[in-house]
Design a protein around this ligand. Structure first.
Ligand code: HMG
Ligand code: MG
Length: 301
């Protein structure tokens, strides 16, 4: 199959990227990061999550961040909602899309959202129904589709099972997530294949953490299958608090460099994206975790 002509990136930096930061990041900084991302041309931004502030204190300012964003038309702002309580809080912030998040691994489901896979689907069902009734789009994140920090390798059948459960409750599109970045191209392709049994190509996205440095290779492997939606995190920020040792998402700058090099359109201005990554990295007191950004910043001198 030939590669897609254009790719849509969802920058998950403000959410997946920052959720694991130990130092409190002020809401104003998160808002500024969202503004810089949309100014760089991102059309989808995962802004925050409406989860328990006891579990993820960094996301406790969810409503404040959503209220502070000056929205641009044509940009989709999404938020994570694990249950009805989260959805009811989120809906006041008028997200364009909500994300329910489940796992292909039982152990990870328990650690991350404190319930089994079956229970999670029971919790998501009314959330999905309420969102769709309110005209809000619904995405489903599927964690540990290749490997789990507690269970090890995850077979593709488990991914297919989760995708089917998500489809059955009305989830419109899903993310095939390599939560701990252990995947390699063929394994990731098998997880995507299992998902494509239940969702069309336009409704499947890749979400690859870069712990073992495989995320760009995995992105290319997904592109070869025709996947054209991906999540990435500016400056490679992040990691899941319930996946010990797992590092951030693949850096958006690196994915954009790869895509533009392949002649694939993104509508993203790489230089402005690098500025956005530099902005948040400076606030966090570290260098951007993106090879492309590092190279471009060095070139600027
Ligand atoms: P629980 O303790 O089982 O929930 O947590 P509960 O219903 O028993 O409620 C316990 C307390 O939490 C109560 O408060 C509730 O009101 C409150 P208390 O009476 O003790 O004061 N509560 C909430 N508060 C605010 N917002 C809510 C909410 N729900 C309950 N929505 C729960 C279950 C899911 C809430 C909890 O486990 C949780 O918040 N987990 C956090 C999960 C998380 O954010 N993980 C990181 C994001 S997922 C990820 O990063 C993976 C992804 O990137 C893809 C990939 O890479 O794999 C998406
Ligand atoms: Mg993630």
């Amino acid at each position: 199959m030939s590669l897609p002509e254009r790719v849509q990136l969802i920058d998950v930096g403000p959410r997946d990227g920052l959720q694991n930061e130990k130092q409190p990041v002020p809401a104003a900084v998160k808002i500024e990061l969202v503004h810089r991302l949309q100014d760089a041309g991102l059309k989808e931004i995962e802004v925050t999550s409406f989860v328990s502030p006891k579990w993820v204190p960094q996301m406790a300012d969810n409503a404040e961040v959503m209220a502070g964003i000056q929205r641009q038309s044509g940009v989709r702002y999404s938020v994570l909602t694990p249950n009805l309580k989260g959805f009811e809080a989120a809906v006041l912030s008028k997200p364009d899309e909500i994300v329910v998040f489940g796992a292909a691994s039982e152990a990870f489901s328990q650690r991350n959202i404190n319930c089994s896979i079956a229970e999670s689907i029971e919790r998501f069902a009314p959330v999905v129904a309420a969102a769709r009734a309110a005209g809000i789009r619904v995405r489903g994140a599927m964690s540990c589709t290749v490997g789990c920090p507690y269970e090890g390798d995850i077979p593709p059948e488990r991914v297919g099972m989760l995708a089917r459960l998500m489809k059955d409750i009305g989830v419109q599109r899903v993310d095939v997530a390599d939560t701990i970045g252990v995947g390699t191209p063929r394994k990731v392709q098998r997880a995507i294949e299992a998902t494509l049994v239940h969702f069309g190509l336009d409704d499947v996205s890749g979400h690859f953490h870069d712990t073992y440095g495989q995320a760009l290779a995995n992105t290319y492997a997904a592109l070869e299958m025709g996947v054209w939606n991906f999540q990435s995190s500016v400056a490679g920020l992040g990691g899941c608090p319930y996946a010990k040792g797992a590092t951030g998402n693949v850096a958006t700058e690196d994915v954009v460099y790869l895509l533009h090099g392949l002649g694939i359109e993104t509508d993203i201005d790489l230089e402005r994206l690098v500025d956005a990554g530099k902005f948040i990295s400076d606030v966090l007191g570290r260098a951007p975790g993106s090879r492309a950004a590092t190279a471009l910043l060095a070139k600027r001198g």
